[in-house]
Design a protein around this ligand. Sequence first.
Ligand code: PMP
Length: 429
Amino acid sequence: MSNLWTRSTDDLQQLEQSLQARYEAYQSRRLRLDMSRGKPCPEQLDLSMGMLDVLRPDEALRAADGTDLRNYGGLDGIPEAKALFASFLGVQTGEILIGGNSSLNMMHDTISRAMLHGVAGGEVPWSKLPSVKFLCPSPGYDRHFAICELFGIEMIVIDMRQDGPDLDRVEELVRGDESIKGIWCVPKYSNPDGITYSDEVVDRLARMVTKASDFRIFWDDAYTVHHLSDTPDRLKPILEACRAAGHPDRPFIFSSTSKISFPGAGVAVMAASEHNLSFIRKQLSVQTIGPDKINQMRHVRFFGSADGIRAHMEKHAAIIKPKFEAVLDILESELGGLGIASWNKPNGGYFISLNTPDGCAKEVVRLAAEAGVTLTGAGATYPYGLDPRDRNIRIAPTLPPLEELRTAIGVLALCVQLASVRERLGRSK
Ligand code: PMP
């Protein structure tokens, strides 16, 4: 198809009419398709059902250190779970803390503790300062931004490049502003761009000079084993890089098995320097007597090892790869060559990030909704829900069955064309 921007007004008017007819045909089908969140599909959840009977009622439910899994205790995790998840994240067992069922919960609590009590080695609780700012590489994960909003932390948008956040800008900002206390990072198969940070980006984050001595990197490694390719991306370990750069306390790493076993019933983990963790453990011991050790043991038994987790993730990939391929095929056949949209082809993770012409994303999401397809709200991938170019749409291909997904992406591609043609005609008026 030819580039839309080079067509005459007459041509575009005709095209609008034919697109409108196709759009109305979709509307008459009264579709109800939800593509708004990156959830696993039932077939993916079925992969972990074996976990429900790896523990038997007639066995002694004890951890390696003798802890009775059925009772209180084990504040930061049973030894077996620490060993499994330390190996999974490539850290030492002394550098890991096993949490409850949600890493987002751990991120929220980490910010909350920093606001109320400061961080290890930091002198002032962040909430006592006149202002606290966070750097937010964007597009990014909406729930990170929601945490900042809740705590009144000012967010500064940082552009994403092909190999991670724009580090020139990051370095310049953190060098000069003491109120910048942290940065959100989804360093592998980022949400939503599918970008993995290069070694250089990791090293620069580890080395950079920050005016705030208590600056922290919130390293949300949610998609660390979520590969979609036989040649997976590799991420340089941040804890080691920060230690080597003389900033051992800089990173807080988070991850979970939410999209490995069961979202909402998985195991969440946090990794950081021993100094950071001992500071956190003291406060955690007031907050809880301990997390769910039975679920930790279920995960240990079911997966066995980090290799067991990797093998399990290959089964996930076999289910969701055809869905990613279907989305990419439809985008290419409907939008390729038109000059109105660009998208990423991720090597892993849960999303495809689609950019429409500037000023069109909200309209595309509205049109799709009126044709029965719910997408993630336009702007959701930016702080305060404000995409400065109103162009980014996050596509979450995993949940719908393949046929529904094809229909939904067909509707989406049509809406991108319709909104773009109207935008073009509007401008030429
Ligand atoms: N971080 C990122 C980047 C995510 O996309 C998600 C959603 N799956 C989460 C964290 C939430 O993880 P959890 O279920 O462990 O709270």
